[in-house]
Design a protein around this ligand. Structure first.
Ligand code: NDP
Length: 335
């Protein structure tokens, strides 16, 4: 199929906050995608979605019937938007049904799970894209390009922080569950970790991490804030921080001949920055998620590599696992 002639049929798997409040409306703004299907464990949510987005009865699935999407030509992509601890389970069902997989961040809980998703997608000849929307954002892309063009000289150090002062989640919210992928480091930590990696343009060789909980009556299983020092080749150090209890949102690269920064570096809109020579990083994009999904749809049409492959998710999860080991031992962990 060629773009223009038909659209990529997307089914959202998990109809929670991100699907409902961001992806569904973004899909209406895409050029190459169409919201055609739903996979949900909550049948009571379905009528409103069908009414709002005109989704056919034949394209509604539960988690138990989801594998039957294999026989449904309306659906090209299953977009996995369930709690992180369930990404692997549903990504595998999607890939084994022969459908392309778009998987929300963080990709999964462990390196092993990430490798299993990548393996299943490869085996079934389907594409896999991770929902790191920042990598589709134009000012972020400019910063990413500086890693190789080095307009301000050699990189010396990086500071990357993303967090928000969230209210206390409901006690049964999966974001408080270790097993389902809660905690600041998984949920928000992937933003500074991913940013440190794309700013450095290389993989870290070691991590030293400290996980903290302020509200001990709320965060019983998982971290509320995390602080990481990543050591990159050539002596470049990245200081990363993340939190679901404090606001923080910036990326700065200090180089031998200047600096550049984004603030906020992680937001649904309004990501902007500047450089030491007065360059403004102030491009705009109408809708980040629409841009992301169109980029990923074009990769399917053109059978070309996706912008954010599974290996990107895997690299960050490897660091998160090492950060947990570092926190437990109080020691630097080589990667
Ligand atoms: P929510 O809790 O709001 O929604 C998750 C949905 O997953 C639920 O509504 C439910 O949908 C489904 N689900 C299936 N099994 C379970 C289970 N055991 N417990 C809870 N829910 C379950 O989470 P979010 O939408 O905020 O997050 C979903 C994913 O999206 C996460 O991986 C998160 O990291 C990612 N995300 C990404 C963002 C980004 O900017 N890229 C922003 C926010 C989230 P149903 O009732 O339909 O079955």
């Amino acid at each position: 199929a060629k773009p223009g002639r038909r659209k990529i049929g997307v089914a959202l798997v998990g109809l929670g906050y991100y699907s409902r409040d961001l992806l569904a409306s973004a899909l209406q703004l895409t050029q190459y995608c169409e919201l055609r299907g739903l996979v949900t464990g909550s049948p009571e949510k379905v009528p409103q979605w069908q009414q709002e987005y005109g989704i056919a009865d034949r394209n509604i699935y539960s988690y138990e019937t989801m594998h039957q999407v294999a026989d449904n030509p309306d659906i090209d992509v299953l977009y996995i938007v369930v709690p992180t601890g369930l990404h692997e389970k549903y990504a595998l069902i999607a890939a084994n049904a022969g459908k392309h997989v778009w998987c929300e961040k963080p990709m999964a809980m462990t390196e092993k799970e990430c490798l299993s998703i990548i393996g299943a997608c490869n085996k079934n000849g389907v594409q896999l894209a991770v929902g790191y929307r920042m990598q589709h954002e134009p000012n972020t892309r400019t910063v990413m390009s500086y890693a190789s063009s080095q307009p301000y000289g050699k990189l010396k150090n990086i500071i990357a922080k993303a967090g928000y002062a969230g209210g206390a989640p409901n006690p049964d919210n999966w974001r408080l569950s270790r097993k389902l992928g809660g905690g600041a480091l998984y949920d928000m930590g992937v933003y500074p970790i991913n940013a440190a990696r794309y700013t450095a343009g290389s993989e870290p060789v070691a991590v030293t991490a400290r996980l903290e909980v302020e509200r001990k009556n709320v965060f019983k299983e998982v971290d509320e804030s995390a602080y990481l020092t990543l050591e990159f080749p050539g002596g470049v150090i990245a200081e990363c921080a993340t939190s679901v209890g404090q606001n923080m949102n910036m990326l700065r690269a200090n180089c031998t001949k200047g600096w550049y920064e984004l603030e906020p570096m992680q937001a649904y809109s309004g990501v902007k920055g500047r450089t030491s020579s007065g360059v403004l990083l102030d491009k705009t994009v109408a809708n980040q998620q629409a841009r992301q999904m169109d980029d990923d749809a074009l990769a399917i049409f053109h059978k070309s590599p996706v912008l954010v492959p599974g290996e990107e998710g895997l690299a960050d999860i490897r660091i998160i696992e090492a950060a947990h080991r570092s926190n437990a031992s109080g020691k630097r962990v080589a990667l």
